[in-house]
Design a protein around this ligand. Sequence first.
Ligand code: IMP
Ligand code: MG
Length: 203
Amino acid sequence: MTQPTDPPGAQILLDRGELEATVARLGREVTEAYAPGDHPEGIVMVAVLKGAVIFLADLLRHIEVAAEVEFLAISAFQPDSGRVRIVKDLEVDIAGRHVVLVEDVVDTGLSLAYLLGELRRRGPASLEVCTLLDKQGRRILPVPIRFCGRALHDEFVIGYGLDFAGRYRNLDVVAVADPRLLAADPDTYVTSLYGRPGPSEAR
Ligand code: IMP
Ligand code: MG
């Protein structure tokens, strides 16, 4: 007779403290790059929905220059069609503005390359990328990344905005998950990750 097994745990890649330190460092780097003397009109932070929203919210509070906030959403990349599409566009004209595109993770670079091309055509004064996570080794298209939180290999990660099938975005950590287990059952990590003791209960 087989015994019931515990649900598999996911390995925590960045805990709350590591996320806070990483985001604070990125905030300082952005602040230093856009000194008010050279950028009196401030910057436009463009976050890509939905994954970058939590990162953006924390990052903004560490940026000490004037920053506007905009959102973009693209359709999922279709490998067969070879293209993505903007499904929610910016609400401001970025011509002549200093723009920072904020991403949760850059993987193949296909979505980002498309977005950078689209935004560049609008004539920004400058256009840089700030990503929390960067899977450099998986790149299909090269994309310039000015501000990077943490390099990854090819791990699939969830939490802190990153999802699988809409789940796990609201975890306050980034965890490495097994994509095969998730494909079989998207709720694989719900018990182990949402049941974690908080910092004050951990021993
Ligand atoms: P790319 O076009 O391959 O660079 O894919 C980027 C998008 O794929 C990201 O913005 C995420 O939405 C998604 N993605 C890539 N890797 C991961 C991951 O490890 N976890 C969750 N989503 C991911
Ligand atoms: Mg994304």
